[in-house]
Design a protein around this ligand. Structure first.
Ligand SMILES: NC(=O)c1ccc[n+]([C@@H]2O[C@H](COP(=O)([O-])OP(=O)(O)OC[C@H]3O[C@@H](n4cnc5c(N)ncnc54)[C@H](OP(=O)(O)O)[C@@H]3O)[C@@H](O)[C@H]2O)c1
Length: 285
């Protein structure tokens, strides 16, 4: 991986830029719009939002005003948990397109596999099958250029695989030192999914206090944030990273001119932090 414009190729041939700009918790309209514009100016071509983030209008405005043609950008959104089910999902996707003011999305994901009121017992299985069918249909209609899942662990992936017409092309999950989800990553890859990493900077505080990591920042001339994002790329994850500050947006994009050695990768892999919940079984979201 040499450049921010490098891509992974999804199972359907669609190219997805290897670093994404995230927008979770950016609810201030101006911050959401200027964040996207700063990101595009810094070279990002991949923007990640979600219905749940309540910022699609402002992200859409940033996309309109960023000065780069829409077709050169890769835009992802995700289904709100309240909109599971075939009809509701279709409507929600139309609503995402309206809010973003786009004719199509490059990627659309089911945000979470299990939602409180619909997930009891085995109910989540049929719920996800019906919801997935809505994504498949809208993919075939051309409104979604690729489709995928998020926060799906092994039982959720197996359920979709046993019942789908079109396989998900992406699984977006929490991934960073301390949360490696090896089994989920392995199964996702066996099914040809690109694995995206959310909250890649979670352990930044803990790692900043680690003397070996401090030595690495000097050795590579890079910040802990940059080490974390590079670590993610070297695992062939696709990190999504968010900041509302232009200097950090730029810093997080400057990760393509160094390589972490395998010894240092192993050390970072070995880090573990009690405070991170192990996302093996998401219930009642
Ligand atoms: N599928 C899902 O369920 C799910 C869940 C969570 C996130 N996501 C996606 O993944 C994206 C990334 O996750 P995240 O939002 O948790 O962000 P992140 O990239 O892990 O960053 C976490 C926080 O670190 C700060 N930060 C950013 N760059 C920094 C730097 N260079 N040095 C020090 N601090 C820095 C940011 O605060 P400032 O803004 O103040 O700089 C940010 O809030 C989200 O925005 C969203 O698009 C998906």
């Amino acid at each position: 991986m040499q450049s921010i414009t490098d891509t992974f190729t999804l199972a359907n041939g669609v190219k997805i830029p290897v670093l994404g700009y995230g927008t979770w918790q950016v609810t201030d309209p101006n911050e959401a719009t200027t964040g996207v514009k700063h990101a595009v100016k810094a070279g990002y071509r991949h923007i990640d939002t979600a219905e749940m983030y309540r910022n699609e209008e402002y992200v859409g405005k940033g996309i309109k005003e960023c000065g780069v043609p829409r077709e050169e950008l890769f835009v992802t959104s995700k289904l709100d948990n309240t909109e599971h089910g075939y009809d509701a999902a279709r409507k929600a996707i139309e609503e995402s397109l309206r809010k973003l003011d786009l004719d199509y999305l490059d990627l659309f994901l089911i945000h979470w596999p299990i939602v409180k009121e619909r997930g009891e017992g085995d109910k989540w299985k049929q719920d996800n099958i019906d919801t997935w069918r809505a994504l498949e249909d809208m993919y075939e209609e051309g409104k979604l250029k690729s489709i995928g899942i998020s926060n799906f662990t092994i039982p959720h992936i197996e359920n979709i695989m046993e019942n789908c017409r079109i396989k998900p092309m992406v699984n977006q999950i929490r991934l960073h030192p301390g949360v490696l989800q090896e089994d989920t990553v392995e199964l996702s890859r066996q099914h040809d999914m690109v694995v995206e990493a959310w909250s890649p900077l979670s352990p930044i505080k803990q790692m900043t206090a680690d003397e070996k990591i401090q030595a690495m920042t000097e050795k590579y001339g890079k910040s802990v944030a940059q080490l974390l994002l590079r670590w993610s790329l070297q695992h062939n994850f696709l990190p999504l990273t968010k900041s509302v500050h232009e200097n950090r947006i730029k810093e997080n994009a400057d990760i393509f001119d160094f390589e972490i050695t395998s010894e240092d990768m192993n050390y970072i892999d070995s880090l573990s932090y009690e405070e991170f919940e192990k996302p093996t079984d998401f219930k009642a979201r």
